[in-house]
Design a protein. Structure first.
Length: 338
């Protein structure tokens, strides 16, 4: 794969420096040679993802990203594939992760509110399209050159049709410190309610500079999450404390809804009206789904043929991915959580 400047992908993209890498993918800066537009290209190693059964999740990520076109969501431009690699051509978001900003210290209330407003509007839009992110955290929130938030990484997202007959999702996934208590207890959960919880944890982190639920022992941390055992620091305003108590409600049936968050006076202060208008204007419009890229990728992915069929991959969730990435054994983690 192109590691150096000057390499050309598919006679269309000039590949630049590597921006980052994970277990299964590398992300490069690139330039569209026709339009001269900067893009980010996520290069996925097909053999690696097939070995751990993630091909279906990658296909789902593609279909999800085509459903959720929003100013505060990283845009997927196109998907290409060869026999060994899958290429996501994405919007290039220049400002880095919101996580990096938080690492430098907590944010002032107005700055935190602006990011939270953009996050809620983006996630609410996803929910209106039947998409649940399931891994919302500051590392998956990027900032553009104007310091606007962009939700990224839909690799663990679920579509409405993933629900079982009980109307709930059942795959335990997410990042432990941001995951809702009902996801941990493995009895099924509402994807929208679980995303709302994660948004609350993010708001707390932006304002406090640290996590509301933290413990060196993972099981003890899950117990804190299950009881919503957290304390707001002294500098939190009364209004934001009240809102957080309603978001970080361990009972999903009484947890505040997206609609009520968006009506909250603290949330609405200084809210960009264009964001609300965008959500209202596009929520009820039929989603634009471009199947051509997805179908062609599906065809290319099928070139492994019988060999792929013979080792039909099992579904791998986020906790399995954490195990693969770090060598951490999480087996038996949930035995005491019911």
């Amino acid at each position: 794969m192109a590691e150096h400047k000057g390499n050309v992908l598919m006679q269309k993209y000039e590949m630049g420096k590597m921006l980052g890498q994970g277990t299964f993918a590398k992300v490069y800066h690139a330039r569209n040679m026709n339009t001269l537009e900067s893009v980010a290209i996520k290069v996925i190693d097909k053999e690696k993802v097939m070995k751990v059964g993630l091909i279906d999740q990658i296909k789902r990520e593609i279909s999800v990203m085509k459903l959720v076109r929003h100013p505060n969501i990283v845009q997927l431009y196109e998907v290409m594939a060869t026999k060994t690699k899958i290429y996501f051509v994405l919007e290039h978001v220049r400002g880095g992760e919101l996580f990096n900003k938080v690492q430098r210290g907590r944010l002032k209330e107005d700055a935190a509110r602006k990011y939270f407003q953009q996050l809620i509007c983006a996630v609410d839009f996803c929910h209106s399209r039947g998409v649940y992110h399931r891994d919302l955290k500051p590392e998956n929130l990027l900032l553009d050159e104007n310091s606007n938030l962009k939700v990224s990484d839909f690799g663990l997202s679920a579509l409405a049709e993933c629900k079982r007959q009980d109307g709930l999702l059942h795959t335990t996934c997410g990042t432990p410190a941001y995951v809702a208590p009902e996801v941990i207890n493995r009895k099924g959960y509402d994807g929208a309610k679980a995303d709302i919880w994660s948004c609350g944890v993010i708001l707390f982190v932006l304002l406090a500079g640290y996590l509301p639920f933290h413990d060196k022992n993972l099981m003890d941390m899950y117990k804190k999450i299950g009881k919503a055992d957290f304390k707001c620091p002294s500098w939190f305003s009364t209004d934001v404390r009240r809102l957080l108590l309603r978001i970080l409600d361990p009972n999903p049936s009484t947890r505040i809804s997206m609609e009520k968050i968006m009506e909250n006076p603290w949330f609405r202060k200084g809210l960009d009206a264009k964001l609300l208008r965008y959500n209202l204007k596009t929520k009820d419009a039929p989603p634009v789904v471009m199947n051509a890229d997805f179908d062609s990728m599906g065809t290319i992915l099928a070139t492994e043929g019988k060999e792929q069929e013979a080792r039909k991959p099992a579904n791998v969730n986020a906790f399995d991915i954490i195990s693969l990435s770090t060598g951490l054994d999480l087996s038996g983690m949930f035995e005491d959580c019911d």
